[in-house]
Design a protein around this ligand. Structure first.
Ligand SMILES: *Cc1c(COP(=O)(O)O)cnc(C)c1O
Length: 354
């Protein structure tokens, strides 16, 4: 397949904004209306804030590329993966014409981002194991579908989507397949990233918001073919990644052992909380997790959430999502937080689930 056939004509023909910082970064810079006297605020972490950041994000892309063993030309950073979701929609889908498939229940942003761009979303249910239902996918596919969103591990169900199924979709459908791997650090072996070597119509999304503990810095990245990355580069705001975020993330990558330490703590806590919940007889369904949260079903879930909130514990109501009636998603916290959650959940359930 030729990926350009999937891309909007106006994007292919687009002459991108040429920013003042596109060509040379050294010299007497009197070309971008910056403040040459200096900035009104400097920190040790980020200097030269009076100058715009690198529109090509070269330091970040190279550093991430080295870390994951991918050429930097196959990587682009966004303000969280949420920005990349929006950019991919805008590259592939013409408003009020093209459509996208979403495999439900899943992350809510795909539909919101499509709605904002006037792209109709077709909800295809995952099967009972929250895996791909190919019959349903086939029935719902049409030539108007330009994007298929796959979240793996899936939020809020927590499971990886089978790697062979993802490859089968990439191979069989004339559409761009977006695999959101926001939680992949919790189960690295499940990544679909190696598929970018074989196919142009797949984009992997990752983020520093979860395992890296940098949600406040807002950095996500896309791994895809050079072609797709070149279009993302063309469409994104020239200076989307700010220097403060760049510095923080470069430091975090240098120190990536810390991420693994934290990740391992979260995984062992997750497995402990899972066992506790699994043994709790008031919970009538619970789903194994490859991520940093657990989804379970319990009668009167809304009242239970309300009771937890009164105790200062905030968990997420997922009961309005497809096939998830009475479900609660709880993020794994510190050991003390998890213990408190378990204690209060049991108290609330003993009272509210007779
Ligand atoms: C949290 C989450 C994100 C958000 O990522 P940001 O990089 O913080 O924008 C993306 N996808 C899924 C599935 C998530 O759960």
């Amino acid at each position: 397949m030729n990926i350009e056939n999937l891309i909007r004509r106006n994007i292919i023909n687009l002459k991108p904004y040429t920013s003042a910082r596109s060509q040379n970064l050294d010299g007497i810079l009197l070309d971008a209306n910056e403040n040459a006297i200096g900035s009104t605020f400097e920190t040790d972490l980020a200097k030269d804030l009076n100058r715009y950041p690198d529109p090509y994000q070269l330091k970040l892309r190279k550093s991430i590329g080295e870390m994951i063993g991918v050429n930097y030309k196959n990587i682009l950073c966004g303000v969280g993966s949420d920005e990349l979701i929006d950019l991919l929609i805008r590259i592939f889908c013409s408003p009020s014409k093209d459509k996208a498939i979403i495999l439900e229940p899943t992350y809510g942003m795909y539909k919101v981002a499509c709605d904002i761009n006037e792209i109709e979303t077709i909800a295809v249910p995952l099967n009972d194991n929250f895996q791909i239902d190919f019959q349903s996918l086939n029935e719902n596919f049409s030539s108007e579908i330009k994007l298929i969103f796959i979240c793996s591990p899936n939020n809020p169900t927590g499971n990886l989507i089978n790697a062979e199924d993802i490859e089968k979709i990439v191979r069989s459908y004339n559409a761009m397949i977006i695999v959101d791997e926001a939680y992949i650090d919790f189960c690295e072996e499940g990544s679909a990233a190696n598929l970018i070597k074989k196919y142009e119509n797949i984009a992997i999304l990752r983020t520093f918001s979860k395992a890296w503990g940098l949600a406040g810095a807002r950095l996500g990245y896309c791994i895809s073919s050079e072609k797709v990355i070149s279009f993302l580069l063309k469409v994104k705001a020239p200076y989307n990644i700010n220097k403060l975020t760049e510095q923080v993330v470069l430091e975090a990558i240098k120190n990536c052992r810390k991420k693994d330490e934290i990740k391992n703590i979260i995984i062992s806590e997750r497995d402990r909380v899972y066992k506790e919940l699994k043994n709790f007889d008031k919970i009538y369904a619970i789903y194994p997790s490859d991520a940093n949260f657990i989804l379970f079903k319990i009668n009167n879930s809304k009242l239970i959430l309300k009771r937890l909130l009164e105790k200062g514990i905030v968990a997420r109501d997922r009961s309005s999502q497809l096939n998830l009636e009475n479900s609660i998603r709880v993020t794994i916290g510190t050991k003390e937080q998890n213990d408190l959650f378990l204690t209060e959940l049991k108290k609330a359930a003993d009272e509210l689930c007779k």
